[in-house]
Design a protein around this ligand. Structure first.
Ligand code: AMP
Ligand code: GLY
Length: 414
């Protein structure tokens, strides 16, 4: 059976690797993939949803797994479903949970799902007027719509909050909606949900490290590393499932757009319990690289349960080990950086490598993006996994290699 994975980053490499534990690599296609992925799996240069659909109609894959949010936002899942092609990933309407923060916040408010209190605005003058009337800072200012990680500003005072709105107007658009919300204190954790729209199961918790610098300093990035599981979050699982996961899935059913696929819950554990920071309509990157290597159930079975509607009967099994993912980035990321540095990988590498921003020049792998690749190691506990992953660092060399040395060192206390 042919499986097509849409995307070409470390997350998609981890997805392909999870499928490859039980399927032939030659049957696992990526579109577009990347030069590193192409050494293990066939990669297809499909550049648009139309080209993807054409390929699917010709090749009739048994399953399409959509990795990133953009094709979901553009309705790829709807188009594949119309043509009877089994697809993991929510419809365009259900993906609004990620693509519109205003939609997500309003749905949470309507169904009393715990999240930061907020106000939303469709025009910038009203948002600015509201911000000028606020006395309590910090405040969190968010742009509606997909903003590739650049749509959230934690503003320390009125001036910063107003500048955030001006920045969104310039970088995202003068008409983008604005959400202004309460600043939540606590510690962050991610939980992934497998759902067919009605039944659901949750996975082990994972924790991402979004800031560039050690000790959570510096600019926000797409994610500099992750680990899984997070034992400190376990006492909250029942409450999260009962007060957040179950009601948001019911809310989407009530809106006429049941959610099918993997749902990412970004949560803050606060002194008054877990609250939603955001929902994403996909697996996280780099969380997927730490989560999926722990999955024992064949990924194809998990996907069939989603597309065929038997998640209630799915036996989700996890290895019980811990996994850690350290991202190696280009110097300068998330700002501007130089591409084309040659990458050398020693055969001494003990763990796994998942490629993201890589290209090829004269048959050699070169850096081709901000986040270049991720290193992943497993161990019986997080410390064992950590030792292994950092031992692998010297096995991968490229000029300007940038990483955090403190992945998994978190103080998960209130
Ligand atoms: P989001 O894309 O909504 O997850 O926001 C990106 C990051 O901003 C989150 O991972 C948090 O670290 C931070 N953040 C977002 N909303 C809040 C909030 N209401 N209070 C505190 N931090 C927040
Ligand atoms: N790791 C954060 C994200 O995938 O959005």
């Amino acid at each position: 059976m042919k499986i097509l994975i849409i995307g070409g980053g470390g997350r998609e490499h981890a997805i392909a690797d999870a499928f490859a534990q039980h399927e032939a690599a030659a049957d696992i296609f990526l579109a577009p993939g990347n030069a590193g992925l192409a050494r293990e799996f066939p990669c297809l240069p499909l550049r648009s949803n139309t080209e993807i659909l054409d390929w699917c109609q010709r090749e009739q894959p048994g399953l399409v797994f959509i990795g990133p949010e953009k094709p979901l936002a553009e309705g790829l899942a709807d188009r594949l479903s119309e043509h009877g092609i089994p697809c993991v990933g929510p419809s365009q309407a259900a993906a609004r949970l990620e693509t519109s923060k205003i939609f997500a916040k309003a749905l949470m408010a309507k169904h009393s799902i715990p999240t930061a209190t907020y106000a939303s605005f469709s025009d910038h003058p009203s948002a600015l007027e509201y911000i000028r009337g606020q006395g309590k800072f910090p405040l969190v200012v968010k742009a509606d719509g997909l903003a590739a990680g650049k749509g959230v500003v934690i503003a320390g005072d009125v001036d910063e909050a107003c500048k955030a709105v001006a920045g969104f107007a310039k970088n995202i658009g003068p008409d983008c909606g604005i959400v202004v919300e309460e600043y939540l204190r606590g510690w962050e954790v991610s939980l992934f949900v497998v759902t067919d729209g009605t039944s659901f199961q949750t996975t082990p918790f994972a924790q991402d490290h979004k800031q560039l610098g050690e000790g959570d300093t510096g600019p926000n990035t797409g994610g500099m590393g992750a680990f899984c599981p997070v034992p400190e979050a376990e006492p909250w699982r029942n409450q999260i499932e009962g007060q957040i996961v179950s009601p948001i899935l019911a809310a989407l059913r009530a809106e006429g757009c049941p959610y099918r696929g993997w749902l990412y819950c970004g949560l803050m554990i606060t002194s008054s319990g877990p609250k939603v920071l955001e929902f994403n309509c996909r697996l996280g990157d780099p969380e997927a690289q730490a989560l999926l290597p722990l999955l024992l159930t064949p990924l194809r079975e998990v996907c069939s349960a989603i597309t065929e509607g038997w998640v209630d009967k799915l036996q989700l099994k996890w290895s019980g080990q811990s996994a850690i993912c350290v991202v190696l980035a280009s110097q300068g990321y998330p700002g501007s950086f130089v591409k084309g540095h040659s990458i050398s990988i020693s055969p001494r590498l003990g763990g796994r490598i998942y490629f993201s921003g890589v290209g090829e020049i004269d048959g050699n792998l070169v850096t081709g993006g901000g986040r270049v690749l991720s290193l992943v190691a497993l161990g019986n506990d997080i410390e064992a996994a950590r030792r292994k992953v950092y031992q692998d660092l010297d096995a991968v060399k490229f000029s300007g290699k940038t990483f955090r040395g403190d992945i998994s060192r978190r103080n998960n206390t209130l």
